[in-house]
Design a protein around this ligand. Structure first.
Ligand SMILES: NC(=O)c1ccc[n+]([C@@H]2O[C@H](COP(=O)([O-])OP(=O)(O)OC[C@H]3O[C@@H](n4cnc5c(N)ncnc54)[C@H](O)[C@@H]3O)[C@@H](O)[C@H]2O)c1
Ligand SMILES: [Zn+2]
Length: 390
């Protein structure tokens, strides 16, 4: 039954392949000490996935596509066809959906299935899904037979602009998020904004905050165009999104190229994340989507920067208004004290010193280590009184 359905699905897709032409193809090259690879961004790009993957792996035969039932339902037809045309054998490996599936158990189960299906050192892993699938499949590839190649095919906005690029992989432990993992760069990243046609609205919007973050930390032009073209972005206009993803990836690629393992420059990508992570943890990872918690974290960091006179109040206002105008954020109902305590316990707090990334002007941030705790407490308290301004 499943086979018949797949066949039907594939045939229907074939007829559309030639009708729908991709508009533009953007390329961002990521240079790290361990690998140089391309991130390709283009509407309808997944229809050509096989061709691009074949160009990187002239001799590979077996591709193991790690995904969830949810994503598979919508996108397996296109991927199967495209990989098959390029001469790959395609084997789907399903994992459970959601953050709770980011575990060693998932990795072990996937590795066992790969062995059952005769994977070897010449096989490749393709991660088709959001950040959860990307992190798990990346980790799996990094340890399976001591490392086989991985291609990222991110299907959420967050995964396209953030998690698929940079090589961080990992799973959660009961003790906390991402506690087991590797730095393992992908061989290729294929980002197709066309996949957002099936992405739920809240997931889509939540990812946009990571792009706004790129604007605030490094690129005033991204920040300004996001403000100007907010409507086109929210309506998921393909060309505008291809531009936004490309430029956000460029920011991440630049920063990661300069500092692959996050000892210095890469820290700036954590803007909004110090308080954001604490908010996520304090609410058991169930209340906020990641981007939403980061949005609140960016607002809090901006308030702290203004309070400490690291930025002027007009700049702070602009940043906060742009964040609030993107989408309604879930209300803050946490205890400021407990949240601040969590920051001290964060794995990025080194020898008791917390690094805060604070905006100076739009496009420029500073790493600050002497933020007084009362400034953090006050900022979290103030978040409770802010509301959607769109
Ligand atoms: N490795 C990194 O550098 C890095 C960076 C940021 C975040 N992350 C990780 O990423 C994860 C969050 O990723 P996420 O926000 O993509 O969440 P996610 O992977 O859980 O995806 C969100 C939801 O959207 C669904 N989905 C995905 N693509 C879809 C599509 N095209 N159509 C319909 N539904 C779709 C998924 O099935 C899931 O239910 C976290 O675990 C976080 O730790 C990693
Ligand atoms: Zn993030």
């Amino acid at each position: 039954m499943r086979k018949e359905y797949d066949l039907l699905d594939t045939t229907q897709r074939i007829s559309t392949v030639h009708r729908k032409k991709r508009t533009t193809l953007n390329r961002v090259t990521v240079n790290t000490a361990s690998r140089t690879y391309d991130v390709l961004i283009g509407h309808e790009l997944l229809r050509e996935a096989g061709t691009h993957i074949r160009a990187v792996f002239p001799n590979a035969q077996r591709s193991f596509v790690v995904t969830t039932a949810n994503v598979r339902k919508h996108w397996a037809g296109i991927i199967t066809e495209s990989l098959a045309i390029a001469g790959f054998e395609v084997i789907f490996l399903e994992m459970e959906d959601g953050e709770t599936a980011k575990t060693m158990m998932s990795v072990e189960a996937l590795a066992a299935k790969m062995m059952e299906k005769h994977a070897d050192r010449h096989s490749i892993v393709c991660a088709l899904g959001g950040g959860v699938v990307g992190d798990v499949a990346g980790f799996l590839a990094s340890v399976f037979m001591r490392g086989i190649p991985v291609v990222q095919m991110p299907t959420t906005f967050l995964a396209q602009v953030d998690s698929s690029v940079g090589g961080k992989t990992g799973v959660n432990l009961k003790a906390g998020k991402n506690l087991v993992g590797t730095f393992y760069q992908p061989w290729l990243v294929l980002a197709d904004p066309g996949v957002f046609s099936t992405l739920p609205e809240r997931e889509f919007r939540s990812g946009l905050y990571e792009s706004l973050k790129c604007g605030i930390i490094r690129r005033a032009d991204i920040f300004e165009r996001m403000d100007r073209e907010r409507q086109a972005i929210l309506q998921r206009d393909p060309e505008t999104l291809a531009w936004l993803i490309t430029e956000s990836v460029r920011v991440k690629a630049d920063v990661v190229s300069a500092d692959e393992t996050e000892t210095g420059e890469r820290r700036i990508l954590n803007f909004g994340h110090t308080i954001g992570h604490a908010l996520e943890a304090e609410t058991g990872y169930k209340y906020f989507l990641h981007g939403e918690a980061v949005a609140w974290g960016m607002i809090a960091a901006t308030m702290i920067a203004a309070g400490l006179h690291k930025t002027d109040s007009a700049t702070a206002q602009r940043i906060i208004s742009s964040i609030l105008a993107l989408a309604p954020l879930p209300k803050i109902e946490v205890s400021a004290r407990r949240t601040a305590n969590r920051i001290k316990g964060d794995k990025k707090t080194v020898h008791g010193v917390t690094h805060f990334i604070l905006p100076r002007e739009i496009g420029k941030v500073d790493v600050v280590t002497d933020v007084p705790e009362r400034a953090v407490l006050q900022a979290i308290e103030e978040l409770k009184y802010l509301a959607f301004a769109g």
